[in-house]
Design a protein. Structure first.
Lengths: 631, 517
């Protein structure tokens, strides 16, 4: 069993990991205009410092044997009432360690990139403040040692996401997208709230240690209920079916935000939540199966939407949905899949961040146009962006030896161990991935230029390309590094467990089939977009294309099932209030007014008369009471 | 030495109000300065008293004073505080100086009411608010409860908007009806106490645990409860609130909704539950149903309001639903959560009404959402405070309102799982209406005509900062509240004879600080 280690040495600074970016956020957001000049650098510095601290902790953690790598730091009692207690306490173990490194390292790179990307934005101080707030909240989320504190991080990242999606808030669309994201996420949060309550009612505690330690004593029905509620929460945060509709609109935010929050880190919090709660899902078959179903549905929805969008960011957002679907499906597989879900989460975090930042670099050169039909031939003018994007493209496709190959291949193989159906579906989706990512790559970098007249594309400054290069290196080598050098399976095993079964297909066969599917997708895209000219106006397309452009009618479904009924109820309540309740009150008042007109002659205007009648009334009431009692 | 803390806390603002009232006409500025100074002294004294409060004391009430008032009826001037009344007094003492500072220019000389009149009334109200929470004699409580109406009536009716007179009379009549019911029940209670113990009394301590015939108990409970349900407005006794909030000055609304209405929920937990435990249990299902209706009804109406002040009133109604729910589920989490929620709601109401007030003052007093848009562009500091207020209202984790709301929902869930689950869905609608206000007023393109809008000035920022700081600090460190509230709630629970449900798996639940598995 894992042992909880006291937080000593470098681990006594776990709190500082969180405090650094949060302190940056406080200074930037409350410091006002006087911090305009140096504020962004402070933001970058604090996140970089957190990253350095994180890597130091990794080195220290490696000194301990695997079962002694869980460090517990209890700062103070936060909420304590009756039998309920939640502490301001953190837990750093192998699982949170990899998240800390992903969040702070990718976060630091994106901060640096933003120095260039946001250089001319008048509100860039606020931007960095929000970004720091996000990093701090995300670290609370992955470091909390109990579910209530996790909830603080959970809604904290939601707040940061809200603020950053709505960053260009003078645009109606951005403000609306921000609100939509928050409200849909709140639906997921209801799931998390109820899961926490059910845990308390069942286990008498909401700390990871107590809940997971006693999970085997709870009834399967309870565990399934907790699992399904956690899945609802995960679906909200990770934009999984049926709570997926906010992610595409979230692309209204600045591109570095899309890279950090809506691709690499925040949207993967659902995967973390399920992997963290493995003790529950391992014993909750219904919930675990539901996790797989939700994941697989979203894999396809995201891929289909990504195939039809001409907006480069929205296409990437569809891809993110789809890739997170892979991870969710993987963690639904149980101990066979947890480590590979997390493995894919890490490689995806790096290559998708690279792809988004690449898209940002392209937009930077194209006057912020996001329409890929007006791109083309950009390999000629932005070579670094082209090469780094290519690394991300090959990685997400799963071409060996790029990072995505290792994680996706392991993930699909694990799926075959549990269920052939799931494995086959994931391979088909890999083919679609090959199609839409190649389509994007061709439309953006290859073919002929379809630029608008006043556009003069150029390579981005070094402050942006250097993070791109680093992420491209990650997209290329991280998979191998984690698998062969980092030994990700045995690293995570003490936290999430790991087992492996005989699969109906050999590893080589899985690799062969999924590569064949991917290459088929690439060829289709090549034939459709590289061999033919790309029209500037999108053709009407098949019914599937049109449905995919409409994001598979997710918004319409929400409108009909949720928004309209709520507004109808609100309208009904408004009319009940005005005509019913208040109407009755005012009617009563009018009646009294009419009667009192007649009674006016009894009103002398002397206080003593009124006092007398009040006393008289009170006496009658008392008499009545006594009579009732006497009878 | 026994310092009569509570009497001093009432006398100081009262003396201040007399002084302000007797200032010569035309010395508006001086009146404001004097009022502000007295409110600050009261706050300082409250803090000094709170620091003397001992959370683990075996005595139910601390800082007790008792002097016979009308011995013939067993009425005394008896005051004292437990943790619940202490935090509510602290809330009142905090909000009054904030309101005075924020409303510095809300009343001009030569308008309907005089400057000194407004500030004198606010101080009178402060003394009465402290008295109503401090009273430990039920008759004294009733007197404060009713007398409070007078300054409030004038604050709405003299210094309010165009429909102020309608709103003030509506408020007064609603309150008087409730007060009359309570008076009748109060007299009945006295008669019962005389029958049971031989000598009639209004002393709260003596009335707790009084054996009252169950049927009579139900009747007396209703008398008290209806008065409180009108005050805290519970559905369907609420229609005075939107009118009052829409017409009153922002500062008046803060005191009215932020503090005065809490007398209703305070009365439920202090008087209804402890004096009529059997009746409370009997009526709990109905009260819970009304609270649930109120949560959703208020939230849905808030979703459709075009007038910010009315919107905030309906949102408060929804929040009062949560508070009442927490009280009547009879769990320590629910009741402690309710009291924390009362404080949190006081703070968030203050933040919302005051920022909205600062906004309106810049646009000819309009409170219509359609007159605003893109304010963030012109007045980012104002928009920032508005956002903090909005987030506090939607109970974002990390704010004190979250602690209150989560505990209420948890308390409800552990007693009646489905009630808790349904109430939790309310948090989605809350987010929808709160963010709708922010979106419509603060974001989007700047509304034409708002270009030259000034951002908040030093006085305005100074009045909002303490609220924002308290909201966040108590969100991460609610111990100063919970440490004093928990023992008081434990007493209520034991009087009512209820205990928390035990967890399904009872072997765990040990401290999470354990050293290993």
């Amino acid at each position: 069993m894992t042992e909880l280690m006291p937080a000593e040495g470098v681990f006594s600074l776990i709190w500082l990991l969180i405090a650094l970016p949060l302190a940056g956020a406080v200074v930037l957001l409350f410091g006002g205009r006087r911090t305009n000049s140096w504020g962004p650098y402070l933001g970058v510095l604090t996140v970089c410092a957190s990253a350095v601290l994180g890597w130091l902790m990794l080195l220290a953690m490696l000194q301990n044997p695997p079962e002694e790598r869980t460090f517990d730091q209890n700062l103070f009692t936060w909420v304590s009432v009756g039998g309920f207690q939640a502490d301001m306490a953190f837990q750093l173990d192998q699982l949170s360690m990899v998240f800390v490194l992903l969040i702070t390292t990718v976060g630091a790179l994106i901060h640096i990139y933003s120095l260039g990307y946001m250089a001319h934005d008048p509100d860039r101080r606020k931007f960095f403040g929000y970004l720091n707030l996000f990093v701090g909240a995300m670290l609370i989320l992955v470091l909390a040692n109990n579910f209530l504190l996790l909830y603080v991080g959970w809604e904290g990242v939601g707040l940061a996401s809200y603020l950053l999606i709505g960053f260009y808030q003078y645009k109606h669309s951005a403000a609306a997208a921000a609100k939509k994201a928050f409200v849909i996420n709140r639906v997921g949060d209801v799931g998390l709230s109820l899961a926490i309550m059910l845990m308390f009612v069942t286990f008498g505690s909401v700390s990871f240690e107590d809940v997971f330690g006693a999970a085997d004593q709870a009834s399967e029905g309870t565990l399934n209920a907790i699992g399904l509620l956690l899945l609802l929460a995960a679906a909200g945060k990770s934009a999984q079916f049926p709570l997926q509709a906010w992610l595409l609109d979230a692309m209204e935010g600045p591109t570095p935000v899309s890279a950090l929050i809506h691709a690499a880190t925040m949207v993967t919090a659902g995967v973390y939540l399920i992997a963290r709660s493995n003790a529950i899902f391992d014993l909750a078959q219904v919930a675990a199966t539901a996790v797989i179903v939700v994941g697989v549905i979203t894999v396809f929805m995201g891929a289909i939407i990504g195939s039809a969008k001409d907006d480069i960011k929205k296409s990437l957002a569809g891809s993110t949905m789809s890739q997170i679907g892979y991870m969710i499906a993987a963690v639904g597989l149980g101990p066979i899949g947890y480590v590979f879900g997390i493995f894919h989460l890490l490689t995806h975090g790096v290559f998708k961040a690279g792809l988004f930042l690449g898209a940002g670099s392209v937009m930077h050169g194209m006057n912020d146009n996001v329409n890929m039909r007006r791109y083309g031939a950009l390999r000629t003018v932005m070579f670094i962006t082209f090469i780094t994007f290519a690394a991300g493209w090959l990685s997400i496709l799963g071409i060996p030896p790029f990072s995505g190959f290792w994680s996706k291949d392991e993930l699909i193989h694990a799926a075959f161990e549990e269920s052939v159906l799931v494995g086959v579906l994931l391979i088909i989706a890999a083919g679609i991935t090959g199609f839409y990512m190649t389509r994007m790559f061709i439309m953006t970098f290859l073919g002929k230029a379809r630029w608008e007249d006043d556009v003069h594309p150029h390579e981005s400054p070094k402050v942006m390309t250097i993070p791109l290069i680093i992420l491209a290196l990650g997209s290329t080598f991280l998979g191998m590094a984690l698998l062969f050098w980092g030994d990700i399976e045995s690293w995570l095993e003490p936290v999430v467990g790991f087992e492996s079964k005989e699969a109906p297909l050999s590893t080589a066969a899985t690799i062969g089939i999924s590569l064949a599917a991917v290459i088929a997708g690439v060829i289709v895209a090549y034939v459709m977009y590289a061999r033919r000219p790309i029209p500037i106006e999108a053709p009407r397309g098949s019914w599937l294309t049109r449905a995919a452009r409409e994001e598979l009618y997710g918004n319409q479904v929400n409108q009909v099932l949720v928004v309209t009924p709520t507004l109808v109820a609100a309208k009904a309540a408004t009319s009940i209030d005005a005509k019913g309740i208040d109407g009755l009150v005012n009617g009563l008042a009018a009646l009294v007014g009419a009667i009192s007109g007649r009674l006016r002659r009894y009103q002398t205007g002397f206080v003593r008369t009124y006092a007398l009648s009040m006393v008289g009334g009170a006496v009658i009431v008392v008499l009545a009471l006594v009579l009732v009692r006497a009878s | 030495m026994n310092v009569p803390w509570l009497t001093i806390l009432m006398v100081v603002p009262l003396a201040g109000s007399v002084l302000v009232a007797f200032l010569p006409k035309g010395r508006g500025l001086l009146a404001k300065q004097v009022a502000f100074a007295f409110s600050l002294v009261t706050l300082a004294l409250t803090v000094a008293m709170a620091l003397q409060f001992s959370a683990d004391s075996a005595e139910r009430f601390q800082f007790v004073e008792s002097h016979p008032w009308i011995p013939a009826f067993g009425i005394s001037y008896a005051v004292g505080v437990d943790g619940i009344s202490l935090v509510l007094i602290a809330l009142a003492a905090t909000l009054v100086p904030v309101v005075i500072l924020a409303g510095w220019n809300d009343v001009d000389e030569g308008s309907r009411g005089s400057v000194k009149g407004y500030f004198a009334l606010v101080l009178v109200l402060e003394a009465l608010m402290i008295g109503v929470f401090a009273a430990t004699d039920v008759f004294l409580f009733y007197v404060f409860f009713e007398v409070m109406l007078i300054p409030t009536y004038f604050l709405i009716g003299r210094f309010g908007g165009p429909q102020r007179s309608y709103a003030a009379v509506k408020f007064l009549i609603y309150s008087l009806v409730g007060g009359l019911l309570m008076l009748a029940a109060l007299i009945g209670l006295y008669v019962v106490s005389a029958q049971v113990t031989g000598t009639g009394t209004f002393d709260f301590g003596a009335l707790v645990g009084l054996e009252i015939d169950p049927d009579l108990q139900k009747l007396l409970f209703l008398g008290f409860f209806l008065a409180f349900a009108i005050k805290a407005p519970l559905w369907p006794f609420h229609t005075w609130l939107p009118d009052a909030a829409a017409e009153a000055k922002p500062g008046t609304s803060v005191l009215l909704i932020g503090v005065l209405d809490k007398v209703g929920t305070f009365g439920m937990i202090r008087y209804c539950l402890e004096i009529f435990p059997a009746a409370s249990e009997f009526y709990a299902p109905i009260v819970i149903a009304l609270a649930l209706i109120g949560i959703f009804y208020g939230a849905l109406l808030a979703l459709r309001q075009h007038d910010m002040k009315r919107l905030f009133a309906y949102s408060s109604m929804s929040h009062f639903g949560f508070i009442t729910l927490g009280i009547f589920v009879f769990t320590t989490q629910g009741q402690s959560g309710s009291v924390v929620y009362m404080v949190a709601h006081g703070l968030s109401t203050a933040a919302l009404f005051l920022t909205a007030g600062f906004l309106m003052v810049r646009v000819h007093g309009s409170s219509l959402l359609s007159d605003y848009g893109g304010v963030n562009k012109a007045a980012p500091v104002l928009a920032g405070f508005f956002l903090v207020a909005a987030l506090s209202s939607l109970a974002l984790p990390g704010m004190v309102s979250f602690v209150g709301e989560f505990l209420v929902l948890l308390g409800a869930f552990e007693r009646y799982m489905w009630v808790g689950a349904v109430a939790t869905v309310g948090i989605v609608i809350t987010a929808a209406y709160v963010l709708r206000v922010y979106q419509k007023s603060m974001t989007g393109p700047l509304k034409p005509g708002l270009e030259g809008m000034r951002d908040l000035g030093g006085r305005e920022v100074t009045s909002l900062v303490p609220i924002a700081v308290l909201t966040i600090v108590l969100g991460f460190f609610p111990a100063p509240l919970l440490n004093v509230i928990n023992p008081a709630v434990d007493r209520v629970m034991s009087t009512v004879g209820m205990t928390d449900p035990t967890p399904t798996i009872s072997s765990t639940g040990t401290s999470s600080e354990g050293s290993g598995q």
